[in-house]
Design a protein around this ligand. Structure first.
Ligand SMILES: C[S@@+](CC[C@H](N)C(=O)[O-])C[C@H]1O[C@@H](n2cnc3c(N)ncnc32)[C@H](O)[C@@H]1O
Length: 390
C-alpha cells in the first residue's frame, strides 16, 4: 500500500469500502488486483485494457498493441488465414491476429493464464476467431495451420528473473527454431539483445522500437522472410490519436538491408546523427549512412557525421558547435563561458557516468546544450552541440 491509498481509505468513501459487507475478502482482493493491473496495462493496450484479465507476469511479457497489430497486419498481408500461437500467454499477439481476421489457435501451459486468454478473447468479441487450449505447445499438431507464432517465455517461472540464454527459453530454443523447417510461415519473437550469430540462415531479423525505445526483435522465417535485416520504428506519443485501433494503422518507418555492410569512416563534421536503437541493433548503420551521405568518426561507434542536416525518422540530428578532447576542466570552462545551465548528455563508447558528470560540471546559466561523450579515432572526446529541430 502507498500513502495515497492509505489517505483514500481514511476518507468516508474508504470507510464505506472497509465496512462493506457482502463481498468476500478474497473476491475483493482479486478485483483490486485486476483493477490495478488494468490501470497499468493501459500504456500497452490502450482503452481495451479496461476489459482484460491479467496477471502481473503475463502483462510484463505481453506485446504492446501497436507492435502486435503491425505484426498481425503483415501476417494477414502475406495471405495467412490460420495461425497457431504456441505459448500465447494472455493473448496480446493472438488477439491482434484475430482482429486482423486470422483464425488463431492458442496453446498455453499455465492453466490460469490460458483461462484468462480465453476470457480476453470473449471480452474483445473475438471468441470465434481465437480459441485457447491449455497444454504443451511442443505437442501441438502444426500441420493443421498455415502459420505459427511463438513468443517463448524469457523469464523464470516463480522468480520472474530475466533469462538471457536462449537454451533456457520455454518452449526451448531448439524447438522454436526448428518450427521453420516444419511450417512454411513461422514468426518468433525474441529479446532485442539477441546475438546475430543465433539468427537462423535465411531468416529475416527485425528490430522494433516504439518512440525511440527498443522493445523487441522478431525472426520472420520461410516465405515470410523478405530481407536479411529490418528496423521498424513505431510512434505512439506524438500526434497519435488515443484510440489504439487508429494508432495501429499509422505507417511505420522501416529501414532494411544486409546487416553486414560497414559505413565509411571520416572526420567529425558539422552535423551528428544519433541513430534509433532499432537501426543500431539491426546493424543497419551503413544503410543509414548511405542515405545521409554520412560517415562514422570511429569504426566501432554508431554516431554518424555529415555536412548537411537532412530530415530522417531514423536518427536524431545535432549541430556540433565544439569538439574537445575529454577534459572536465576545459568542458566546465566552456559551458561557464556560454552560460549553459542545462545539458542533455548522450554517450556511446564512453565509460563516464552522465549523472556524475552533470554534478561535476556545476552548471550555471540560462542556456542549454547537448553533450556527446564518445571516442573519435580511439580518443575520448566530448562534442558540444544543439538539437536540429526534426
Ligand atoms: C512471453 S509469454 C507470451 C506472451 C504473448 N505473446 C503476449 O503478447 O501476450 C510466453 C508464454 O508461453 C508459455 N509457455 C512456456 N512454455 C510453454 C510450453 N511448452 N507450452 C505452452 N506454453 C508455454 C508461458 O506460460 C507464457 O505464458
Amino acid at each position: 500500500m502507498d500513502l495515497d491509498q492509505l489517505a483514500a481509505l481514511r476518507t468516508p468513501e474508504g470507510s464505506a469500502a472497509l465496512r462493506s459487507t457482502g463481498v468476500p475478502a478474497g473476491l475483493a482482493a482479486a478485483a483490486l488486483t485486476q483493477a490495478e493491473l488494468r490501470r497499468r496495462a493501459v500504456g500497452k493496450f490502450g482503452p481495451e485494457a479496461a476489459g482484460m484479465f491479467l496477471t502481473r507476469a503475463g502483462l510484463e511479457q505481453a506485446t504492446r498493441r501497436v507492435v502486435a497489430d503491425r505484426r498481425a497486419a503483415r501476417l494477414r498481408a502475406a495471405g495467412v488465414t490460420t495461425l497457431a500461437d504456441l505459448g500465447c500467454g494472455l493473448g496480446a499477439d493472438a488477439l491482434a491476429a484475430a482482429r486482423a481476421g486470422i483464425r488463431v489457435y492458442g496453446v498455453e501451459a499455465d492453466p490460469v493464464t490460458a483461462a484468462m486468454a480465453a476470457a480476453n478473447a470473449e471480452a474483445a468479441g473475438l471468441a470465434e476467431l481465437f480459441t485457447v487450449e491449455c497444454g504443451d505447445a511442443t505437442a501441438f499438431d502444426v500441420t493443421a495451420v498455415e502459420a505459427v507464432f511463438c513468443d517463448p517465455a524469457r523469464r523464470k517461472a516463480g522468480t520472474g528473473r530475466r533469462i538471457f540464454d536462449p537454451n533456457a527459453y520455454s518452449p526451448p530454443w531448439d524447438f522454436v527454431t526448428g518450427l521453420a523447417a516444419r511450417v512454411p510461415h513461422t514468426v518468433v519473437k525474441v529479446a532485442p539483445g539477441l546475438d546475430h550469430a543465433l539468427i537462423p540462415a535465411g531468416a529475416e531479423a527485425e528490430w522494433v522500437s516504439v518512440d525511440g525505445d527498443l522493445v523487441e526483435a522478431a525472426l520472420w522465417c520461410g516465405a515470410l522472410a523478405e530481407v536479411p535485416r529490418r528496423a521498424t520504428l513505431l510512434r505512439e506519443k506524438e500526434g497519435s490519436p488515443p484510440d489504439a485501433s487508429v494508432r495501429a494503422a499509422a505507417p511505420a518507418d522501416q529501414l532494411t538491408g544486409s546487416g553486414t555492410d560497414e559505413a565509411p569512416v571520416g572526420p567529425v563534421r558539422r552535423f551528428l546523427y544519433d541513430p534509433d536503437p532499432a537501426v543500431v541493433r539491426a546493424h543497419l548503420v551503413a544503410e543509414l549512412a548511405g542515405g545521409l551521405d554520412a560517415t562514422l568518426a570511429d569504426p566501432s561507434i554508431a554516431y554518424l557525421y555529415a555536412e548537411a542536416a537532412r530530415p530522417t525518422p531514423f536518427a536524431r540530428c545535432l549541430e556540433v558547435t565544439d569538439v574537445l578532447p575529454f577534459s572536465l576542466k576545459r568542458l566546465r570552462a566552456l559551458l561557464r563561458e556560454r552560460r549553459v545551465g542545462r545539458v542533455e548528455i548522450l554517450k556511446r563508447g564512453s565509460a563516464l557516468e552522465p549523472e556524475k558528470l552533470r554534478r561535476d560540471l556545476r552548471l550555471a546559466g540560462d542556456g542549454a546544450a547537448s553533450l556527446v561523450l564518445t571516442r573519435v579515432a580511439g580518443a575520448p572526446t566530448v562534442l558540444v552541440g544543439q538539437p536540429v529541430p526534426g
